[in-house]
Design a protein around this ligand. Structure first.
Ligand SMILES: [Zn+2]
Length: 308
């Protein structure tokens, strides 16, 4: 049994999966703030899974953690996890002595990409495109996460698709994230409400001109990111995840219309059948936690190969 955790800004989702990849237990904990509290949350969640299964923690083979922020490839160090109050933290060093288990760490979106790959047919190239406060993608090729030289692979949120577009937090104009990221979209909308993106879709349906512009911008950014991922890595499947997927079919209706427009403009783009490659993750799917659990498995395999 392997453990995977998805450490989010407010909640930590933890699963234990068996050798066949099936979820045997799932618990949720409120994530603590700051390096020590985050490490304590991880230890607590692993203990809770063990309790749920009536097993000792030592019965688990490994722990994998998906966490927002920059994780240097091949290390367990996370940096710039702003929403967790972490500037820098070696998470494995912080929790492994208490847990007594091997601990692997990866960026949460990249972990989710591994999870989405495992939940799919498990072949070819998959891109997982996450739309939360920010926008980023994880790419899995033949079951292996593609991180690039420095971990930047998949940062399509900062691909500028309109030089005259809205200002992005990164300093560029017209980034995918400036059109489709929950943070920027909420700021541009500027009206109070718990779920700004849903409010925008509701207002657009009711004919609000400003909301229509923002909604179509969201779809424009998503369809541009889908095109970029298919044109660069020929992703056979592009899985959409993150908070925005709660819109479900309403989201796909506008994204599908944008993809159709680009197909109408270009026989080449049409030949790529972009719309047939897109899937929306069911809301609440523990995809990042499942991927994190597999991360432990992958790391072990790589170590076995590296050390013979
Ligand atoms: Zn940007």
């Amino acid at each position: 049994m392997r453990v995977g955790l998805d450490v989010g800004g407010t909640k930590t989702d933890a699963v234990a999966i068996d050798a066949a990849g099936n979820v045997q237990a799932r618990v949720r904990r409120t994530t603590g703030w700051g390096p020590e509290a985050v490490a304590a949350t991880v230890v607590d969640a692993v203990g809770a899974l063990a309790d749920e299964l009536a097993l000792p923690v030592a019965a688990f083979e490994s722990v994998g953690v998906g966490i927002p922020g920059l994780v240097e490839p091949g290390t367990t160090r996370v940096a710039h996890a702003v929403n967790l109050g972490i500037v820098e933290l070696d998470l494995a060093a912080a929790v492994a002595p208490t847990l007594g288990l091997p601990v692997a760490v990866e960026n949460d979106v990249k972990a989710a990409a591994l999870g989405a790959y495992a939940l799919g047919d498990g072949t070819g190239t998959l891109a997982y495109l996450n739309f939360g406060t920010g926008v980023a993608a994880g790419i899995v090729v033949d079951g292996v996460l593609w991180t690039g030289s420095t971990g930047t692979a998949g940062e399509v949120g900062h691909l500028s698709i309109d030089p005259d577009g809205p200002l992005c937090t990164c300093g560029q104009h017209g980034c995918v994230e400036a059109f489709s990221g929950g943070g920027t979209v909420a700021r541009r909308w500027g009206r109070p409400g718990e779920l700004p993106v849903r409010d925008i879709f509701d207002a657009a349906d009711a004919g609000d001109a400003e909301a229509i512009v923002l909604r179509d911008g969201v779809a424009y950014g998503i369809s541009a990111a889908i095109r970029a991922l298919v044109l660069t890595v020929d992703a056979g499947t592009v899985v959409l995840g993150g908070g925005i997927t709660m819109l479900g079919d309403r989201l796909m209706a506008v994204v599908g219309a944008q993809l159709e427009q680009s197909a109408e403009a270009s026989p080449f783009i049409r030949s790529l059948r972009l719309d047939e490659r897109v899937r929306v993750l069911p809301a609440g799917s523990p995809v990042a936690a499942i991927g994190a659990a597999l991360l432990g498995a992958h790391r072990d395999t790589q170590e076995v190969l590296a050390h013979g």
